[in-house]
Structures are given as structure tokens and as C-alpha cells.
Design a protein around this ligand. Structure first.
Ligand SMILES: [Zn+2]
Length: 91
């Protein structure tokens, strides 16, 4: 996979994720959810109403610590990186 560069200083980034601890300290990856949050007493705090959810991928710059978040659909990550490279470095 191609390395993501930091948008602030141009140095390489390390790929990671945002950790979420749930009920009984169950570990999971934080999700991006479409739209605004809607509170609900019956749905563990928030009602998602079938909204789109994508796991958050976080790139951390190895030089300045800047974080960039992406919420890829399944299989979308490689396509997005290639499209971004073409916009930055047109052939
Ligand atoms: Zn940086």
C-alpha cells in the first residue's frame, strides 16, 4: 500500500485507528456516522436509524504528529490514495 504523506509538512505518516472502549471494556474501532447525532434512551445513548457507518482510519505524521482521519468504505482505501496522488502529482 502506498504511504500517505502529511498535508502539513509532507513527511511520511503511520497508519492507525481511533480506539473505542465499550461495555465491559470491549475494544473496537471508532466509527464515522452519517448526519447529526440523535440521542435515544433506548439505543445505548444514540439512535443511528440505519445511518451509514465507516471505521475511522487515522494517519499520524511521524514528524509533527498531525492526524488525518479517513472513513473508507470497504475496499475504497487503495482507490482513494491513488486518486489523491494523481491530484497532487499529475503525470
Ligand atoms: Zn507533519
Amino acid at each position: 500500500m502506498e504511504k500517505m504523506k502529511c498535508s502539513k509538512c509532507g513527511n511520511p505518516t503511520s497508519v492507525g485507528f481511533v480506539l473505542e472502549t465499550g461495555y465491559y471494556y470491549a475494544l473496537s474501532v471508532s466509527q464515522w456516522v452519517e448526519g447529526k447525532p440523535k440521542e435515544s434512551f433506548w439505543d445505548n445513548g444514540l439512535n443511528l436509524d440505519g445511518k451509514a457507518e465507516y471505521p475511522i482510519t487515522a494517519y499520524r505524521c511521524t514528524n509533527c504528529g498531525h492526524l488525518e482521519f479517513y472513513a473508507y468504505a470497504q475496499g475504497e482505501e487503495n482507490t482513494s490514495l491513488q486518486e489523491k496522488k494523481q491530484h497532487i502529482h499529475p503525470i
